[in-house]
Write a protein that binds this ligand. Structure first.
Ligand code: NAP
Length: 248
């Protein structure tokens, strides 16, 4: 079976590391991104250099129309998707609940929750063995925040990841008999550009002492857990979670 992966938010950070590692493991990869075409093209070039097929597709995972177009593009240019990594995710400026309004809640939930649901739906429609698919795997990039709650920083983001956790558990059971495994990783403090969106680019260095391992993690360390969950080595694992968080 051809291995074909869609990584949402594959242009930077954890998604980019996942796209590159997947290519090394034999996947053709669709690198989805929102705005940063230059970064996405760079990942595609790196993948092509190791002899794998890759495409960059701009699509906002919060938009149903964009998600439909993303999957149709992959159908046409790469073939039927076999692995989906729901990685695209956002957070906004650090604040307590008093500073969170409905517009912000809608933005964070639209990308982190609606986006994960819509992409999962399109993947499942193509993977279900009862609809002629060949099965496949989905990995959701949740966060340790779903259980810690991120007080004083972004409890909205943490709650959105709580929804991702529930989706992981429910969908895994829904499709367990139909050739699809659904799992999640929960990263802790990972060195990426996401922390700049929270207003603190160097956040990992401030908080890393809270992790028992006393360091931040790399995007590659998260990518390895994602690729394991998608591999045949994880063939009896569904509805599962791997914390990639240095013990926190
Ligand atoms: P990042 O470096 O900020 O990268 C975010 C990626 O998502 C970019 O590729 C961005 O595209 C894309 N993106 C954002 N909104 C999108 C949308 N609406 N539609 C499509 N793509 C979108 O983030 P990261 O740190 O790698 O985070 C990746 C995932 O890991 C997120 O779900 C995050 O919540 C989770 N996570 C991260 C950490 C951490 O410490 N970094 C910890 C726990 C969980 P552009 O390049 O076009 O902007």
């Amino acid at each position: 079976m051809n291995k074909i992966m869609i990584v949402t938010g594959g242009s930077r950070g954890i998604g980019a590391a996942t796209a590159l590692l997947a290519a090394q493991r034999g996947y053709a990869v669709c690198v989805n991104y929102l705005n940063n075409r230059k970064a996405a093209d760079e990942i595609v070039r790196n993948i092509e250099q190791i002899g794998r097929h890759a495409i960059a597709v701009a699509a906002d995972v919060a938009s149903e129309q964009d998600v439909m177009r993303l999957f149709e593009t992959v159908d046409r240019e790469l073939g039927r998707v076999t692995a989906l990594v729901n990685n695209a995710g956002i957070l906004e400026k650090q604040t307590r609940l008093e500073g969170i309004d409905a517009a912000r809640l809608n933005r964070v939930f639209a990308t982190n929750v609606t986006g994960t649901f819509l992409c999962s739906r399109e993947a499942v429609r193509r993977m279900l063995t009862k609809h002629g698919g060949e099965g496949g795997g989905i990995v959701n990039v949740s966060s340790r925040a779903s259980q810690i709650g991120s007080p004083g920083e972004y409890i909205d983001y943490a709650a959105s990841k709580g929804a991702v956790d529930s989706l992981t558990v429910g969908l895994a059971k829904e499709v367990a008999e139909e050739g699809i495994r659904v799992n999640a990783v929960r990263p802790g403090f990972i060195y990426t550009e996401m922390h700049a969106s929270g207003g603190e680019p160097d956040r990992v260095d401030r908080v890393k002492a809270f992790a028992p391992m006393k360091r931040g993690g790399t995007a590659e360390e998260v990518a390895h857990a994602i690729l394991w969950l998608l591999s045949d080595e994880a063939s009896y694992t569904t509805g599962g979670f791997i914390d990639v968080s240095g013990g926190r």
